[in-house]
Design a protein around this ligand. Sequence first.
Ligand SMILES: Nc1nc2c(ncn2[C@@H]2O[C@H](COP(=O)(O)OP(=O)(O)OP(=O)(O)O)[C@@H](O)[C@H]2O)c(=O)[nH]1
Length: 317
Amino acid sequence: MDISPCGHEFAISLLQMRSENDLYKRIQTILTELLPDIPMAMYLAPSLSDKERLKLLALSSSKTPPDLEYLLARAETLKHKHILFGDNHLCIVLRSNKAIMGLLWIGEKLPTARSYLIAHLINVFYHQLNTLALSRIDPLTQLLNRQTFDDKVIEITTGEGFVIEREQQGVRKWYLALFDIDHFKIVNDNFGHVIGDEVLLLVAQQLKDNFRAEDFVFRYGGEEFAVLFQAHDRSEAGSLLNRVRKVISAFNFPQVKKLTISIGYTVLEEIAQVSELVHEADLALYYAKKHGRDQVVDFEELGIAGQAKAETDIELF
Ligand SMILES: Nc1nc2c(ncn2[C@@H]2O[C@H](COP(=O)(O)OP(=O)(O)OP(=O)(O)O)[C@@H](O)[C@H]2O)c(=O)[nH]1
């Protein structure tokens, strides 16, 4: 096989990546180098615990990939196979304990040796992705942990992030929302920590289910969550957050039954420091807590935006 030495180099380079962002970029470069001008699409589960939600990472979209349902159905029928050879396409299946965790669709027939090389590299990529992901996951909720938060904000604000392509319907901005469960101490006091943990898990699940696959949901602290998400403007962001707030207040938690959350949010500015952004969302959250809880507050609406910004500027010098 003429490309095996460089295949080895590619595999090593994947294992050397220390951030998921770099890893995504590296596999993209490798695939476009090995398969120039060949249409490709990759579907990946956002996490090992989230295998039902495969998301599309568009690598090259010059040809529409077949329907995901069709590909999954084919992969399911060929139980142990990792490569599905079609007449004019190829599909590499990533499996973990029999569950399908990802698919790479290639819109052309390739020589067998090259197909196996790509399959090998995709598996190395996936292995490394999981290794990196495990260090960024909160063990209780399976959400991203706080350590990952700053990196993600910096990636977004500097435009360095690997962004999943979605059909653009106008310019959307990124927002940061902080969520805090109201009176959570009472849950622990009345029902014990095990039930408290279960509530955290269920709230985390609701948050994941109610944001898009390309948004980022973090466990930010004990009973505090952070979400980085996109919206066209502040009012759309507020509506979205209010919808999530209502979903949670309508949810029937085992034993505890009803709970509410308070939410503070702000827009991500390109030049802002991470701590400044968090400070803004935190001020809005604090306001929500002080004014009755179970509500969404936009930092901009506090009327202290200018003042708070000025204070932060002073702190910086
Ligand atoms: N079960 C459980 N409880 C936690 C965890 N982390 C933090 N907590 C609890 O979360 C509670 C937070 O309480 P407070 O900060 O007083 O806030 P609160 O009772 O939610 O009240 P408000 O935020 O003012 O509405 C504390 O009792 C913590 O012990 C966790 O991982 N599991």
